[in-house]
Design a protein around this ligand. Sequence first.
Ligand SMILES: NCCC[C@H](NC(=O)CCC(=O)O)C(=O)O
Ligand SMILES: NC(=O)OP(=O)(O)O
Length: 320
Amino acid sequence: MKISPSEFNYTQFPGKTLASKLIESALAYKTNPLADQNKGKGKRLGCIFLNPSLRTRVSTQIAASNLGIESVVLNMDKEAWALEMEEGATMNKNTVEHIKDAAGVLGSYFDFLAVRAFPTLTDKSADMADEVINKFIKYTGRPIISLESALRHPLQSLADQVTIKEKAKTTKPKVVLTWAPHIKAIPHAVANSFAEWTLGMDYDLTITHPEGYELDEQFTQGAKIEYDQSRALQNADFVYVKNWSSFKDYGKIHHTDPTWMLTENSLKNAPDAHVMHCLPVRRNVELSDEILDGSRALIQQQAANRVFAAQAVLSHLLDI
Ligand SMILES: NCCC[C@H](NC(=O)CCC(=O)O)C(=O)O
Ligand SMILES: NC(=O)OP(=O)(O)O
């Protein structure tokens, strides 16, 4: 069945078959970035940011350029009008423009939209409904690519899976997602999405964190949960380091225990482990310098692969 472009939104794990195809496509673009340099000629992509970004912003623009797509970035949080999300709101306070008006206008300017909209970390039900990105989907009438929403970060996860594919020595590597300390309340999206994709690719996933930091089970079904970090890390092939705030006690920080920071010592029983992080990273809080600057770290490779992940997704959108 052929779906129309406006029905395809890249906001979550797209299933193992399409994910595998996107991984292969990203690897092919990495070898030859300009292979399809006119494929998107005449198309325009709007990159809409409601939050800061370095990698996602730049890699998505480069990916579009590699395909001949024109991209326009709008830092909506800083450069546009304050958005109202609530249906039926009487807008007599600080919000200036309703999402339905803004998204409708953007839909008329662009062929595709890519949207970054972080969670509130205070309104659990709005975040769990992924309210902002879903309102863009509802009101633009264009295909939407998530640039990290309240629940997921699927372009990051695709780049992470490309990176694992490049380095994996077996078809079912042992992957460990470990919680790390942080000074701020941090979203769940990267961890949710990494778990969803790693399980979706049928890898062996262990998640380790202090008690009370269990992620939303819809993303972790099938993973082993291990509260002892050193036991979890034994013989890991890939260790993905990430902080997230509590999901149960929504958006709260329960632990900042520095013993959870990943160091060489934490990996004494994982001699071959590669270490991953989506960046930006708080050095010597989440991960030690010795790891980040050492030969285990895949952080630069992950970030470089963001271009080809975005290019694979945009190319797929041009095909449907
Ligand atoms: N897009 C990559 C990560 C974005 C976000 N990190 C942050 O907000 C870090 C902020 C800080 O370190 O102050 C997150 O983890 O979801
Ligand atoms: N990893 C990632 O999404 O980085 P940015 O927040 O800088 O885009």
